[in-house]
Design a protein around this ligand. Structure first.
Ligand SMILES: [Zn+2]
Length: 464
């Protein structure tokens, strides 16, 4: 028996797939593109509900809506998983200007960073000093910085084709800038928006004070890239520059929210789980259509396409719409905590959180044997222009599931335009292309189908 299984496994590794697989995959793409539901679900989430910051009324509306839509798919189980989430509220629209000399004011576009404290009710005005990112800040002296606003202006690296790497290289100044600047006596932090192009939209995003006591926290905001350039130029040309801004954001006590989960229970291995997901919360400036309404509706569409195909998955397949990825990751942590408590064996998790753009492939956190097996399926994806199978991380929400066995994956898309929209007022429904979104959903479904059918060549994935 064991020997037969071994030969079967070797055979599958060599051949990789069958004609039936090609046919099923074609059906997934055909259906997603011709009668898929992902785009209309996204329309509702974006246009009928809108931005879904954790703890907001809209976030709860999105929980109810997506649960009710999953209920209509005829799945085996749909439920809400309770999780406590932080609640931060932006308050009234921020205002800011550059003060040149005694009477010239130039208005600029800013937005408070998520988690920041407010300025005083009248705003805050101080002289401002430009710093080229976190490394430069760390070697500055207290007397250079004390009493001033620190302007962190390190741009994203335009030469990196993988724009998420450019983001990773600069986002530290947004997340940790205030905590670092306060050590040198700064009174506030203004950060260049995480954006590869020049425009007028400030990009919000999370920031952290670490264990800094509340009374020592300084306000932190993002400035649009056009205005960052303007401010930088003025600082170079003119010594007499001050900066004024006013924001009224506030952190409240944690509130109850939920992860939304739908499941098709496995026929052969009901106790082995495969997860596909995105995050249901979003920032508040736009509708969160790219980040990450797209990943949520694609994950829902995976279950719809599998149901429609008539396939009875061997493993239990769950779509998980995680709450609070943006400013706490509480949903991802809660899901992993409950899975551990219940001793649920998760073999695979796939996240879509890079926007609803044209899919290019996947990144995988797995060992060499599993990766070779996945590569053997590459020809099945070729007709759909999916060609990029790389090693790498899966996604923030599924990260807490990591252990020796699970294979984690991320849907990789053409990310060149993602940071035009990310965390801004223009991350809205019209920023998402219908076909691109649908191609992503079908691509995810195809991978899930193959992994469910063939399993992994070995159970222990310990080298990942
Ligand atoms: Zn996201």
């Amino acid at each position: 028996m064991k020997k037969t299984l071994f030969f079967f496994t070797v055979l599958v590794s060599l051949v990789g797939y069958t004609q039936t697989d090609q046919e099923f995959i074609k059906k997934f793409y055909d259906s997603s593109l011709s009668n898929g539901k992902s785009y209309s679900w996204l329309d509702h989430i974006s246009n009928e509900i809108g931005g879904r910051l954790s703890g907001s009324e809209n976030a709860e509306k999105a929980v109810k809506y997506t649960k009710s839509e999953l209920d209509k798919l005829g799945l085996d189980k749909v439920w809400l998983q309770p999780v406590m989430v932080p609640k931060w509220v932006r308050g009234e629209k921020e205002t800011a200007y550059i003060q040149l000399g005694s009477n010239k004011k130039i208005e600029v576009n800013i937005c408070a960073l998520g988690g920041s404290v407010a300025t005083s009710a009248n705003g805050l005005k101080a002289s401002i000093i430009e710093v080229d990112g976190m490394e430069a800040l760390k070697i500055m002296k207290r007397d250079e910085v004390a009493g001033k606003i620190v302007f962190l202006n390190k741009p994203m690296d335009a030469t990196l084709i993988q724009t998420f790497r450019a983001y990773g290289g600069s986002v530290g100044q947004r997340v940790n800038g205030a905590a670092e600047a306060v050590k040198l006596g700064a009174v506030a932090v203004i950060v260049r928006s995480m954006n590869l192009r020049l425009d007028d939209y400030p990009h919000t995003g999370t920031m952290r004070y670490g264990d800094l006591p509340v009374e020592k926290r300084i306000p932190s905001a993002a400035i649009s890239t056009n205005d960052a350039e303007k401010l930088s130029k003025m600082l170079k040309e003119n010594k007499d520059v001050e900066f004024y801004f006013k924001q009224s954001c506030k952190q409240y006590d944690d509130v109850q929210s939920y992860n939304v989960i739908g499941e098709i229970t496995g026929s052969d291995f009901p106790d082995e789980y495969m997860v596909i997901g995105g995050h249901l919360d979003s920032w508040d400036l736009g509708d969160g259509s790219q980040d990450d309404g797209a990943g949520c509706v694609q994950s829902m569409e995976v279950l719809r396409l599998l149901k429609e195909s008539g396939i009875k998955p061997k493993h239990s397949i769950r779509a998980v719409l995680f709450m609070n990825e943006e400013n706490g990751l509480r949903g991802g942590k809660k899901y992993a905590e409950v899975a551990k408590q219940k001793k649920e064996n998760h073999i695979f998790a796939l996240e879509s959180d890079s926007g609803g753009f044209t899919p290019r492939g996947f990144s995988f956190s797995c060992n060499d044997v599993v990766f070779e097996q996945i590569l053997s399926w590459a020809p099945l994806f070729k007709p759909y222009l999916i060609h990029s199978f790389e090693r790498g991380g899966g996604g923030a929400d599924i990260g807490p599931l990591k252990n020796d066995k699970i294979v984690l994956a991320g849907l990789r898309v053409d990310s060149q335009r993602y940071f035009d929209f990310h965390h801004t007022a223009i991350d809205t429904f019209d920023a998402v292309n219908k076909r691109e979104l649908e191609l992503g959903a079908a691509t995810m479904t195809s991978l899930v189908y193959l992994i469910d059918k063939y399993g992994f060549d070995q159970n222990n994935n310990s080298s990942n």
